[in-house]
Design a protein around this ligand. Structure first.
Ligand code: TYD
Length: 138
C-alpha cells in the first residue's frame, strides 16, 4: 500500500432515498463501498479552528462522510495533494491506505462519520510525516 496516490481516493455517491418526511441514505458492505465495514466512529464537537487526522494508515481503508455540516479533507500521497470540501450526507470520500490525511475547517455542529475496514490497531498508524515520506519512497 506504499504506492497509492491521491487519485486512488474518490468521492462515492451513497444511495439516497428522498422522502417528504426526510431523507435516508444506506451503505452496504461490498456494494456501496469496496470493503467490509468492521468499525464505525465519528468526530463531533470539534472546536472551531481545530484539525484532526494528521496521520496515514498502512492497511486501513475508510469512507469519510460529512453526516452533518461540512469540513475539508486534505489528502497527500507524499508527492501530490488534493483537498475535498464535503458537506453532503449522501457522499463519502474513499481513502485508501498509504495516504496522509488532515481534516479541518469543521463547521459548527458538524459530524464526521468514518466507516473503517478494520478494527482499531495502533500499529497501523503512521503519525510522523517524515516517517510517512520515507515509507512512501521505499
Ligand atoms: P486519533 O486517531 O488520534 O483521532 P483523529 O485522527 O481523528 O484526530 O484518535 C483519538 C483517540 O481515540 C486516540 O487516543 C485513539 C482513540 N481511538 C480509539 O480508541 N479507537 C478508534 O477507533 C479511533 C479512531 C481512535
Amino acid at each position: 500500500m506504499r504506492k497509492t496516490t491521491v487519485y486512488d481516493c474518490s468521492i462515492i455517491e451513497i444511495d439516497k432515498h428522498h422522502h417528504e418526511k426526510g431523507n435516508l441514505s444506506v451503505i452496504e458492505n461490498g456494494r456501496t463501498i469496496p470493503f467490509g465495514v468492521k468499525r464505525v466512529y465519528y468526530l463531533y464537537d470539534v472546536p472551531g479552528g481545530e484539525s484532526r487526522g494528521g496521520h496515514a494508515h498502512k492497511e486501513l481503508k475508510q469512507l469519510i462522510i460529512a453526516a452533518s455540516g461540512s469540513f475539508d479533507v486534505k489528502l497527500d500521497d507524499g508527492s501530490q495533494k488534493r483537498t475535498y470540501t464535503i458537506n453532503r450526507p449522501y457522499e463519502g470520500i474513499l481513502v485508501v491506505p498509504g495516504i496522509w490525511r488532515e481534516l479541518d475547517n469543521f463547521s459548527s455542529g458538524s459530524v464526521c462519520l468514518v466507516l473503517a475496514s478494520t478494527e482499531y490497531e495502533a500499529d497501523d498508524y503512521i503519525r510522523d510525516y517524515n516517517e510517512f515520506l520515507a515509507y512512501k519512497k521505499i
